[in-house]
Design a protein around this ligand. Structure first.
Ligand code: GLA
Length: 712
């Protein structure tokens, strides 16, 4: 028995279905949506499954007619699809790849279009119920689509109000709400090129996010490749953020609204409707549910127990941290913090990027110009003040708690990585700023020893924490950068230049930084590689700067400088030009010293030329300078080594237009400029070739160019 019964009080139809209550109790460990257990025989990525116990169907049974002639019924005509997100029983949407979620969007789209073809269908509604809190019994990742033969009351009400608003003002009410939220700004939580998510001013739920398109999308019919991908991205990111809020799978009802179909009344709905998604998450706090009780149900008067301007801040932080870290990583940091230090309410997340250098290698200690950028992998902290002057930190990477009193602050080999925070805090203190202890969790997703400057990232992270927690942000950025360098130079006796700390400290999204390492003047250079992308290639040949020949190179350069000064007065090698290079190189007898000289002077000239090409958008010519830089570092500076050489050769063979080691060399990472559409193929070719030559595996990162360090 299934039918629609008319509710005259609400002018709406109730779906009655006696057979749904006959759904079998699910056997333990049985899942109808898993391959091989129920009807599904073959593996799938996404799948439309016909509901086994549909409340609406294309062949509805005859209704039980009411006894009298007052009440009305209709056949339960319609369709109930189950949309399976993945064949993996325990995957969450956020764990699926972007390409995978694009397939899901396509499936919604196909089903919307298909179901809309039936003139008797008046509204198609894709949705997802997530979590037992909203009655989910099947834990396999899935959503549903209901195709109704009657326009549901909520949509009718919204459409009528939107239509009225349109007739009065000429405005589309949904776009008006969206634009007002954009204008007021403080409730916006998430955004990409095509969509924006906010908790609206009037929202009934603490975390009730609405996602709206920035352009004219009214239904799935209006999607294209870009908007499909952007919807996939925003859904993946939104769910990640939800899942770190309370460190658990966050329950919600996700409702997807398209414009009405097959409707005479709303045939002009493009004027006043808009595709959008509403999340209705039932939690008010970690373990308490915001029930729809008497007022909500009996009166339809919602009571939101939280101010949405405040919940938006919480959610925005969750969105921000999940830009960089997975749900698992964030939740691990949180639970480790809670386990050891208790209440999370005083703890704050911090992020400090790592860096790549595009060009200008080993010249930052020779007064040259360098072109690095900060990237979105880096070091993270979840910390709070420790007033008793103790560093009480757990590194998740080492899985070890460390406790050190900040007293003598003398370099101690046994303290290993803790020397970075201690050194940094020591020099900040000596510069007259307030310092003190920190407690909490530190975690880096920079591959270890990969030459992406995990050390500078950590120094600047600590600097940022001390700056915010103890000095209310009053320490100048450049001071922190210099203190980071001082930590390397004096605490670790490494004679490094200022490039790494500068690149990290001054990082700006989508910009490289052209740094004059003599004057410390700098300029942001917008990066637009057009159809090319930077691929970071890790040789997996570890190196620690302190064990490398870095200091030796620096001394060789000093030797070269003192020799050339006999012929031409200069403060740094990078003051010399191409004529000086030809005139002076033969004055240096020692072959090694001569070679270092050749590299340094020529690299500085290359940076200037490369920058010109980059600014004029000549990516191919820019890339050529990357190749020349690597070649010079190999021939004259002897810092590339066989692993970096092999990976760069393999990259060029695989179609990169430019490839070079980045950072100090002696192992670590290289970068390559690769056509975006070829990246998958590129990775396969390089891995194969690299393994053949070196016997070890390499790995790849595609990273965004990021802003500098900050509290999240
Ligand atoms: C390391 C140093 C930098 C710079 C590069 C090489 O990353 O920390 O100062 O010298 O090597 O360009």
């Amino acid at each position: 028995m299934a039918e629609l019964r008319y509710n005259p009080l609400l002018d709406d139809w109730t779906m009655i279905s006696a057979n749904r209550s006959k759904r079998p109790d699910l056997k333990k460990d049985f899942c109808a949506f898993c391959v091989g257990m129920g009807k599904i025989k073959e593996d799938y990525s996404v799948y439309k499954y016909d509901n086994d116990f549909p409340i609406l169907s294309l062949n509805p049974p005859k209704e039980d007619l009411p006894k009298g002639d007052f009440y009305k019924t209709l056949p339960s005509y319609g369709k109930c699809d189950v949309i399976l997100y993945s064949s993996n029983h325990s995957a969450s949407l956020h764990e699926l790849g972007e390409d995978h979620i694009v397939k899901l969007v396509k499936l919604w789209e196909e089903r919307y279009i298909e179901l809309s073809k039936d003139e008797k269908i008046k509204y198609v509604f894709p949705f997802e119920n997530r979590g037992e809190e909203v009655g989910v019994t099947m834990h396999h990742p899935h959503g549903q689509i209901y195709a109704y033969s009657q326009m549901p009351l909520r949509v009718r009400t919204e459409m009528d109000n939107a239509k009225k608003h349109y007739e009065k003002t000429g405005e589309n009410l949904y776009k008006k709400i969206r634009d007002e939220e954009i204008k007021e700004e403080d409730r916006i939580v998430i955004e990409n090129d095509s969509f924006i998510g906010f908790i609206p001013f009037f929202c009934e739920y603490p975390f009730g996010v609405y996602i709206m398109p920035k352009t004219d999308i009214y239904s799935f019919k209006d999607f294209d490749e870009k908007t499909r991908r952007d919807l996939a991205k925003i859904l993946k990111h939104m769910q990640s953020a939800f899942d770190v809020l309370y460190q658990k799978s966050f329950p919600y009802m996700m409702c997807i609204y398209n414009e009405p179909i097959n409707s005479e009344e709303y045939k002009d709905s493009k004027k006043y409707s808009l595709f959008h998604i509403k999340f209705f998450p039932p939690l008010r706090a970690k373990n308490s549910i915001k029930w729809n009780a008497s007022s909500e149900t009996g009166m339809w008067v919602a009571g939101n127990p939280r101010k949405v301007e405040e919940t938006a801040i919480e959610l925005k932080q969750a969105v921000e941290i999940t830009k960089y870290l997975s749900v698992k990583e964030v939740n691990c940091m949180k639970s480790e913090y809670e386990k050891k230090y208790g209440d999370l309410s005083n703890a704050k997340f911090y992020f400090s990027p790592s860096r790549i250098n595009l060009i200008g290698e080993h010249i930052d200690y020779n007064g040259g110009e360098v072109l690095p950028c900060a990237i979105s992998i880096g070091t993270f902290a979840l910390v709070s003040k420790n007033e008793d002057n103790i560093l009480d930190i757990k590194s998740l990477n080492r899985n070890k708690y460390e406790k050190v009193k900040l007293e003598n602050n003398i370099y101690d080999e046994n303290l290993d990585w803790l020397n970075y925070p201690i050194g940094m805090i020591k020099y900040i203190g000596e510069s007259g700023y307030k310092v003190g202890g920190i407690k909490g969790i530190i975690y880096g997703n920079i591959p270890n020893g990969a030459g992406l400057s995990s050390s500078a990232s950590l120094e600047i992270l600590i600097g940022q924490i001390i700056n915010e927690d103890y000095n209310c942000g009053s320490i100048d950025k450049l001071d922190l950068i210099k203190l980071g360098k001082k930590t390397e130079n004096e605490y670790f006796s490494l004679m490094t230049g200022i490039m790494d700390q500068f690149a990290i400290g001054m990082g700006r999204r989508n910009n490289a930084i052209l740094i004059n390492t003599t004057t410390l003047d700098y300029e942001y250079v917008p990066i637009n590689f057009k159809e090319y992308k930077i691929v970071i290639m890790n040789t997996n040949k570890r190196r620690e700067l302190k064990d490398s020949k870095y200091n030796e190179r620096k001394l060789e350069c000093e030797k070269a400088l003192s020799i050339v000064n006999n012929y031409k007065k200069c403060d740094t090698l990078c003051q010399l030009d191409i004529d000086d290079l030809s005139a002076l190189k033969d004055k240096i007898e020692d072959e090694n010293v001569r070679n270092r000289f050749i590299h340094v002077v020529s690299e500085n000239i290359r940076v200037k030329k490369a920058i010109k090409e980059l600014k004029s958008g000549n990516i191919l010519s820019f890339a050529e300078f990357l190749n020349q830089s690597h070649d010079s570092l190999k021939r004259y500076y002897d810092v590339t080594g066989s692993y970096l050489d092999s990976i760069c050769d393999a990259a060029i063979d695989a179609g990169a237009i430019g490839a070079r080691m980045t950072g100090a060399g002696f192992g670590g990472c290289a970068i390559a400029l690769v056509k975006e559409s070829d990246i998958d193929e590129f990775k396969l070719l390089v891995s194969k070739k690299y393994k053949e030559v070196t016997g070890i595996d390499c790995e790849f990162f595609i990273s965004d160019i990021e802003d500098g360090p900050r509290k999240i």
